[in-house]
Ligand binder design. Structure first.
Ligand code: NAP
Length: 335
């Protein structure tokens, strides 16, 4: 079944109140329960992977664990007719990389109902998109399902150089929306213009010390927000009548100091986005859209590559806010 019983993994252990990530040879006991065994080609670096190697990060319940919330690769063994050896697949979300071993290893095993067969995307493309790109797609879907069209006006994207933000800019621009990119990185204007942003602004609110107002001037028809906190509160107060905000993240804080005014006076909707427990049939359908009408046009611009052995360095850049775009982590042949 497996080409060999020993394989390499990056394993996170607790040590002296910290978390250390070590390159380690492991055996089949490291494979979690599940029907589908995957030879991992790539994983990717997400904010949540950064939290998994942070003491008190709040996403991993029990160490040691192989982190890596994204797995892309080839099926090498399957106990179900749904998948066969050779299938190219992506698996992410559910318990992967947080309470069961994830993608930072040469092999991974997961339940069949967590696996998406790739059609029209390579395993490298799927890793470049990863959980962050999938979450961007869910956010855009939510705005479209709400009824927003390019004729309604501009869409704001916050954390625009981040994984969720940058893929959202690319998808929205490909669908014909005017996109306003909000970023804290003053040197990212060229990148954001290249991937489709029509205007680039700083982080929000522009004056972080100003007293928040229940309603501000209407500036955008909708927003994809992965920042949360005061930023999300300000955005809600600045969305036009009948608009919507798809909210997925908390890089700017998990509190939401707002009032009901945007909801009851402008009919604004706050749309919650969760990629982790998203049902598998809808998940497969959203991946099909990522290969189709949502396909980002600038994935190669957004994508960086690092071997899995450099993962700690990449995750530190995510944690300290200097990372841009999406980093694909090469696993097969890179240990
Ligand atoms: N709900 C879900 O299922 C789901 C799925 C994926 C991710 N998420 C969440 O979404 C968020 C983004 O994830 P990601 O993978 O895209 O992370 P990422 O690649 O690290 O991007 C986050 C971006 O947020 C901005 N940012 C960082 N610190 C900030 C601060 N203090 N205040 C305001 N903006 C800040 C930065 O963009 P700029 O420098 O351009 O401003 C940064 O690039 C995280 O909170 C993550 O947990 C949720």
């Amino acid at each position: 079944m497996l080409e060999r019983m020993e394989f390499w993994a990056m394993v996170a252990h607790e040590s002296d109140g910290g978390v250390v990530l070590t390159r380690q040879e492991v055996n089949e006991e490291f494979l979690a329960p599940g029907a589908v065994t995957i030879k991992v080609h790539y994983s990717s670096a997400n904010y949540k992977d950064g939290l998994a190697i942070t003491p008190g990060g709040g996403v991993v319940r029990k160490y040691p664990i192989v982190p890596g919330i994204d797995i892309t690769g080839e099926v090498v063994a399957s106990d179900t007719d749904e998948f066969a050896p050779g299938d190219q697949v992506v698996a992410h979300g559910y318990e992967i990389g947080v309470s069961q071993n994830g993608g930072f290893a040469e092999y991974a095993r997961v339940p069949a109902e967590w696996v998406v067969k790739l059609e029209g995307l390579s395993t490298r493309d799927a890793a470049a998109l990863g959980t962050a790109g999938f979450t961007a797609a869910l956010s855009v879907r939510a705005l479209l399902d709400h009824g927003l069209t390019p004729d309604d006006g501009a869409i704001l994207v916050t954390g625009a150089t981040g994984g969720v933000g940058s893929v959202a800019v690319d998808i929205l621009s490909g669908l014909g929306f005017e996109v306003i990119a909000s970023t804290g990185k003053t040197d990212s204007a060229d990148l954001l213009s290249e991937i489709g942003a029509n205007e680039i602004i700083g982080r929000l609110p522009e004056d972080p010390d100003a007293k928040p107002r229940p309603l501000s001037k209407a500036r955008w028809a909708g927003a994809v927000d992965s920042v949360g906190g005061k930023s999300l509160a300000y955005i809600l107060s600045s969305i036009g009548y009948g608009g919507a905000v798809a909210a997925s993240g908390l890089t700017g804080g998990h509190d939401l100091p707002t009032t009901v005014m945007p909801f009851i006076l402008r009919g604004v909707c706050l749309l919650g986005i969760d990629s982790v427990n998203h049902p598998i049939e809808k998940r497969r359908d959203t991946w099909a859209r990522l290969a189709g009408d949502f396909r980002p046009r600038h994935l190669t611009t957004l994508e960086n590559f690092a071997p899995i052995t450099d993962v700690e360095k990449v995750l530190h850049s995510i944690k300290n806010g200097t990372h841009s775009g999406r980093t694909v982590l090469g696993v097969a042949g890179e240990f």
